[in-house]
Write a protein that binds this ligand. Structure first.
Ligand code: ADE
Length: 355
């Protein structure tokens, strides 16, 4: 198993081989490289989440004064808001190494045992999508998190023996988009729990300007705001749009992103003034046109749209709910009056779209 040190500043350790569970989930290498290039490495360059940053700074200073590792931390919230980035920043600020993995990569007990046994004192272990851990892996983690030991069993039936292997004191940082799916015992083992919030337009405009600066893309303030407005409160989306709009600016104009260049380019990408894409709009339209505005179950919606339930729940819904366009009821999803208006329906009873 070869574990290699990444070339970025937070001494991230990543996998080279497929079998190595130290990986980041479900992203292409290109996406990952792009994200790594622009990832902030310190609190100073990390924009947004001000409240979380302030409390984390104190926690980190206290841990350093005590010469103890940080308590285990859990970050939850919609995807793309910077949970992995924040873990990297924490490692950098603690002067600690970080190993990054995700729950789906920890299939067999030996995956998590191997990682735990390779940790050094003070090191940070980041587990993404931690709500997807299987029960056996989770149970191996309990004593490791609580008392820093591993319970190993040897022998068979009557000769079975339990060995307690001490582990170095480490910090587990878990990230999840679904805090509600975490088991109680696992959640209770995190000393610090933070919910990441969607970013304001001002914060996203700063993210856009910072990214453009790193990528040497010319942009003015109004151009940055035009992209920020359509980024669904999510820096990962803002950063991807910077690239797409920059392509358009380069091919169709002189390379500079202005408000009108950004708006034209985003119109072509079919990203509307709220940041909704075709899938989001199709979801709302389906509920209105076929289910009278709802309520309708998410499985029915997914089947009708030919989308995966998890994609709808994790990627589309959080922003639609937060923007007040969609509502979740015990009987399923409902389009709100604002959702009707956004799609150009005059009112709830008028199901004839104006477009
Ligand atoms: N890129 C992605 N997330 C960011 C953040 N929170 N601050 C600055 N740049 C970012």
């Amino acid at each position: 198993m070869s574990i290699i040190a990444d070339d970025n500043d937070f001494k991230t350790i990543r996998a080279k081989e497929e079998k190595n569970p130290i990986v980041e989930p479900e992203e292409s290498d290109t996406d990952r490289n792009f994200e790594n290039t622009i990832r902030p490495k310190s609190f100073d360059s990390y924009i947004g989440q001000a409240g979380i940053k302030d409390t984390l700074k104190i926690t980190i200073q206290a841990a350093k004064k005590r010469e103890m590792p940080l308590d285990h931390l859990l970050f939850y919230g919609p995807p793309g808001l910077g949970k992995t980035t924040l873990a990297g920043v924490i490692a950098q600020e603690m002067g600690a190494d970080i190993k990054i993995t995700s729950a789906p990569a920890l299939e067999r007990p030996r995956d998590i045992v191997g990682i735990l046994m390779s940790l050094k004192g003070g090191e940070i272990l980041f587990i993404d999508e931690i709500h997807r851990l299987n029960r056996v892996t989770e149970e191996i983690l309990y004593p490791a998190m609580e008392d820093f030991y591993l319970d190993m069993t040897t022998g068979k039936s009557q000769t079975v023996k339990t060995l307690r292997l001490p582990l170095p004191k480490f910090t587990l940082i878990g990230a999840t988009t679904k805090a509600g799916e975490l088991s109680g015992p696992l959640r209770d083992r995190f000393g610090i729990i933070h919910r990441l919030e969607f970013y304001s337009q001002d914060e996203l405009a700063q993210v856009v300007e910072r990214t453009a600066d790193i990528l040497k893309i010319e942009i003015d303030e109004a151009g940055a705001y035009a992209i920020a407005k359509r980024s669904r409160g999510t820096p990962r989306i803002a950063n991807r749009l910077v690239k797409r709009v920059s392509d358009y600016a380069l091919v169709k104009h002189n390379g500079k992103i202005t408000e009108s260049v950004a708006n034209k380019s985003l119109d072509i990408l079919k990203i509307d003034e709220f940041g909704l894409d075709t899938t989001d709009r199709n979801l709302l339209k389906l509920i209105i046109d076929k289910y009278d505005g709802g309520p309708v179950g998410i499985e029915t919606i997914a089947a009708a749209l030919g989308e995966d339930v998890r994609t709808l729940e994790d990627v589309c819904e959080p922003f639609l709910l937060q923007a007040g366009l969609l509502q979740r009821t015990p009987r399923g999803r409902k389009v709100s009056p604002a959702g009707y208006r956004h799609l150009g329906y005059k009112n709830i009873s008028d199901q004839q779209s104006l477009f």
